[in-house]
Design a protein around this ligand. Sequence first.
Ligand SMILES: [Zn+2]
Length: 383
Amino acid sequence: MNGSIGGILDQLAGQYKKGYRTSEFWVALLVGLVQMVAASFNPNQTLKAQLSNLTWVGISYILARTGLKVARLASSSRVISSVAGSSSQPQLMLADAAVASATAVAPAAAQLGKAYCWPLKPFDQMHPVRAYLNDPRMADGSRAFHFGLDISAPDGTAVYAVEDGTVDMEGAQNVAVIATDRARTFGYWHLVPAVKQSQRVHKGELLGHIAKGWEHVHFAERSAGEYINPLRSGGLAPFEDRRPPQVQRIVCSRGGQEIDPNKLSGAVDVIVEAFDRPPLPVPSPWADMPVTPARIRWCVTKGNHVVRPWHTPIDLSTKMLPQELFPVVYATGTRQNHPNAPGLFRFCIAHTWSTGLIADGGYRIEVEVSGIVHLMHGVRPMV
Ligand SMILES: [Zn+2]
C-alpha cells in the first residue's frame, strides 16, 4: 500500500505543479485518499484500479471546482498513450485511453480594450459560431488561417456595430469600423451595407444585413495591424463553453507515412488530430462542424518520470498566425469544413522529433488540448 500512496502522491504532485491552487490540491488529495482507503476494502479491485480511481476522484473534484461538469470527464481533452513493453527500440503505444484535462487555469492574456457585446440582437446573449480564429482555410492551393469568427445567422439578419467608430469599407459587402480610439478595427463581412464610407456610427447602430447565401457574418477584430481573437478574455461577451475539446488520435509519421508506434526510431513527426465544438448548435449544412482548439501541448513520460517536459507548440488563442506557419501548424491531410462535410484538423506538434535523444524503451506521449474559454477565462472564483 505504501507503493500506491507514493504513486498517488507523485501523480497528484504532478497535477499540482500544473497550476492548481494549493487548497484545491490538498482537498483533492484528501478526497482521493479517502477513496483509496475505501477501495482497499475491495479485494476484487487491483492496485492499478485503485490508483486510477484516486486520480480520477482528485481530478473530478478539481474540475467541479473549476465549474466544469464532472460528467464530461469521458469527453476529456487529454489522451494518454499506454506504455509499451521494453524493446531495443523506443516504443510509443498510442492508445485511446482518455482522462480529463484539469489545466483550465491559465491566466488571461493581456487585455486589449474593453469587452463588447455581440453584433447581432440580442446583444447580451451568445450566438452560434461556426468557425473560429485560425481555423484552416484551404482552397485552390491556397492555405490560410481564418482571420475571425463566423457568427451563424440567417441571410437578412441585421448586424450592428459593437463599438463607436468610423466606417471604412473593405469591399462592397465588407464593412469595417475603426473604433473611435483608433486602437482597434472591427470587421463585419458579407453584409448588404446600410452605411457609407467614412460615416460615423455609434455602438448598437445598424451596419447592414447578412447578404444572400452567406448565412453568417464574418466578424474580425484587428489591433496594431494584427487580427486578434475576439473570444479572448476581455473581448466578445458573453461567451461560455463547458465542453472541453477532444483529441481523436496521436500519430507518428515520417515523410507523410504513419509509423508503427511500437517500432519508432530516428526522426518522426508527431501529429495530433483534435477539435473543439462551438458551444451552441449551428443549423445545417454547418451543423456539428469542428473548430480549432485554442492550445495543444504535450510531453513524454516513462512511468512517473517526465522524459520530455510539457511544452506548447500550438497556440491559437490570441492572434491570427502568419500564413507561413500554416504548414508548420497543420499537417498533411488537414481539411477545412465544407457544407455537410466536416473538416479534419491535424496538428503537427513535433517536426522531425529525434527519438534517438531518449534511451530505448517504452514511453508514453501525453497530449493536452485546451478550449478558448477554458484557457483564457480561467477558473471560477473559489466560493
Ligand atoms: Zn469567416
